[in-house]
Design a protein around this ligand. Structure first.
Ligand code: NDP
Length: 240
């Protein structure tokens, strides 16, 4: 029977590529999004993937949302915690609001999205949890103290959860992309982006499809001995 995969932020950018790759590999896929209804509708029409709208920072919405996915699509075997945002500013100018927004969406979501699926995975003795962190959670980044803190937190969470669930057939891994050519990165000023690309040994931005290929690998049966790891995919920019 086909496995079910839930991809947060799965309608756009890296998440969109992940949802499509999982669907093409035969998974039943549910993709969530926050508010961009037009994009989500176009994505659903183009790919025949079920979409669900809720805020990953809201524990009650996540509980209800996951219950709906499990009723309509199937018990979640693969969870990809991908939804994320940036609210950049130098720390001495950073507001507490921007700090909290990023921690809530990028780190609280590890709890709110994973907690409703973990017991089912443990009961069924199979699960794959794949958390999308970032190069900037590994090395830190000027102007991103909030984002770097949240993404570093994702790595710690991944390691702890991996240990707790290893005996239950549930693996928990993180993927740390470098700079990938999505809207998030296209929002970076051109001059800054040029200097970023100049610092990538491979000489280009990564693609969302390259991240999706690794999600597919970690989701598979052959990756059952990989848990608690962080897969770095950054064109050689930072060797963690
Ligand atoms: P995008 O901005 O292109 O897409 C973000 C997705 O997350 C959208 O589907 C968006 O929904 C959803 N989302 C945002 N906030 C929430 C929320 N509160 N609740 C539910 N869904 C939400 O991001 P990317 O594809 O660039 O990034 C995906 C992940 O990869 C993020 O975790 C990011 O931090 C990480 N990453 C990205 C890198 C890059 O170079 N792009 C590099 C390293 C890591 P909607 O469409 O409705 O807004």
């Amino acid at each position: 029977m086909a496995r079910t995969a839930l991809v947060s932020g799965g309608t756009r950018g890296i998440g969109e590529a992940i949802s499509i790759a999982l669907k093409l590999a035969g998974y039943n896929v549910a993709a969530t999004y926050a508010g961009n209804d037009d994009k989500a509708a176009a994505f659903r029409e183009a790919h025949g993937i079920a979409v669900f709208k809720w805020d990953v920072g809201d524990p009650k919405a996540c509980e209800a949302g996951v219950a709906k996915v499990e009723a309509e699509v199937g018990p979640v075997d693969v969870l990809v915690n991908n939804a994320g945002i940036t609210r950049d500013a130098m720390f001495h100018k950073l507001t507490f609001e921007k700090w909290q927004e990023v921690i809530r969406t990028n780190l609280d979501s590890m709890f709110t999205m994973t907690r409703p699926v973990i017991e089912g995975m443990r009961e069924r003795n199979f699960g794959r949890i794949i958390n999308i962190t970032s190069i900037n959670g590994q090395k830190g980044q000027m102007g991103q103290s909030n984002y770097s803190a949240a993404k570093a937190g994702v790595i710690g969470f991944t390691k702890a959860l991996a240990q707790e669930n290893a005996r239950k057939g549930v693996t928990v891994n993180a993927i740390a992309p470098g700079y990938i050519g999505t809207e998030m990165v296209q929002a970076v000023p051109e001059k800054v982006l040029e200097s970023i690309v100049a610092g990538i040994p491979v000489g280009r931005l990564g693609t969302a499809e390259e991240i999706a290929a690794s999600v597919l690998f970690l989701a598979g049966d052959n990756a059952g001995f990989i848990t608690g790891s962080t897969l770095t995919i950054n064109g050689g920019q930072y060797l963690a």
